[in-house]
Write a protein that binds this ligand. Structure first.
Ligand code: SF4
Length: 374
């Protein structure tokens, strides 16, 4: 197989950020610290790196524990939002969403169940696919718009491009920083520092984390996704704690600028405004949802089909099913501590979203730790 220069650079970079000797050097330095520290990251991809490459195992002798917070957009989507999608599909509307999303159980089944019942639920890879489906089919198509600041600019572009009239979005986009605030305000677990998500930060930059550090006197490091990125972020946090500092540092300088991606931020600002939104496991988080601005309300599926969604109620049934995703998402419980993990709940029979999504802690734990079924 031949690679072009860009691909070759990427492969070399990957090796550079997976160098075992450098990893051991960082771990040795970390093990010299006798502080007992708990850090949290807010990103499914960080959790994947942490488990897939055994970083958490490497850190076992270092008195540093890393927990996962609410960093999986599919996992934090509420049962009510899924039930809305299912209702629309049952009413004859084409509902398009990502592969993970359609499998998440709700009090009314999953979108995939609705498809098995003969309703038109389509798996797409992007909002552009959903717009194309609307153009080609001529049917009413609703895109279940899930994701943080990373994916929302894609939705914003399609809305600004003026999609066909038969297209609208079931808007489930969310901002990350308000959830970090909410988590810290809850104060359920002691945290000594935060590892912030690289891809979200390529859009929002470093600045939005600064008020969090000021409010909670907490060190933060924006980190990339290679094993050494994560180890380096841990090292930077430990150093801050040792020096008695609380700052926001950027480990991912090769991709994240202080001010973020101004073009993407501009797109978000033109199309969305903050509104309060529920998150699974958290309840209502002020200003955490991206609402369509009023000039784009024509593309808001909740406005367009309010007569179909009227009276819809969906309380979370996680508890009834014994699912502890809420606690997993708040970082107060590890997947293995859930009594259903790898027993009743597995990727081929997920009980909760954290086992469905490739960014969910339970799925990552099951997939990469060679779990024996029982
Ligand atoms: S193991 Fe399954 S049931 Fe338990 S928290 Fe994870 S997704 Fe929910």
């Amino acid at each position: 197989m031949y690679h072009n220069q860009g691909q070759t650079d990427e492969i070399l970079n990957r090796f550079r950020f997976r160098d075992r000797d450098i990893a051991d050097t960082i771990v040795n330095r970390l093990s010299a610290s006798d502080l007992d520290l708990v850090f949290m990251h807010v990103c499914g991809t960080h959790q994947d790196t942490l488990v897939r490459y055994g970083i958490d195992t490497l850190l076992q002798g270092c008195s540093v524990e890393i927990r996962q917070g609410p960093g999986c957009p599919v996992c934090v989507t509420t049962p009510m939002e899924i039930v809305e999608g299912i209702r629309l599909a049952r009413e004859g509307i084409t509902v398009a969403s990502f592969g993970d999303m359609v499998r998440v159980p709700s009090p009314d089944g999953s979108l995939l169940d609705a498809r098995s019942d003969g309703h038109d639920v389509r798996i797409v890879y992007s909002v552009a696919d959903a717009v194309r489906a609307a153009k080609v089919s001529g049917r009413d198509v609703v895109f279940m718009a899930v994701g943080f600041e990373t994916t929302a600019p894609g939705t914003a572009i399609e809305i600004l491009n003026g999609p066909p009239e038969n297209f609208s979005i079931l808007n489930c986009h969310r901002y990350v920083p308000p959830a970090v605030y909410a988590l810290l305000r809850m104060g359920e677990i002691r945290l000594d520092g935060l590892i912030e998500p690289g891809h979200v930060s390529t859009v929002i930059g470093v600045r939005p984390y600064e008020p969090i550090t000021r409010a909670f006197d907490l060190p933060q490091v924006v980190a990339g996704f290679e094993p050494l990125d994560l180890l380096m972020a841990v090292y930077m946090l430990v150093k801050q704690v040792e020096r008695g500092e609380a700052r926001v540092e950027n480990e991912y300088v090769r991709s994240v600028r202080y001010e973020g991606n101004l073009k993407a931020l501009g797109l978000l600002d033109r199309v969305f405004r903050p509104e309060d939104r529920e998150w699974r496991g958290f309840g209502m988080i002020p200003n955490s949802g991206m609402a369509l601005r009023k000039e784009f309300k024509a593309y808001d599926a909740r406005e367009r089909y309010d007569h179909l969604l009227e009276g819809l109620e969906a309380e979370s049934d996680d508890e009834a099913r014994g699912c502890r995703c809420g606690e997993v998402l708040r970082g107060v419980m590890y997947p293995r501590e859930c009594p259903l993990f790898a027993r009743a709940c597995r990727p081929d029979n997920p009980i909760g979203p954290c086992m469905v999504s490739a960014e969910g802690s339970c799925n990552i734990e099951f997939t990469h730790r060679n779990i024996r079924l029982s």
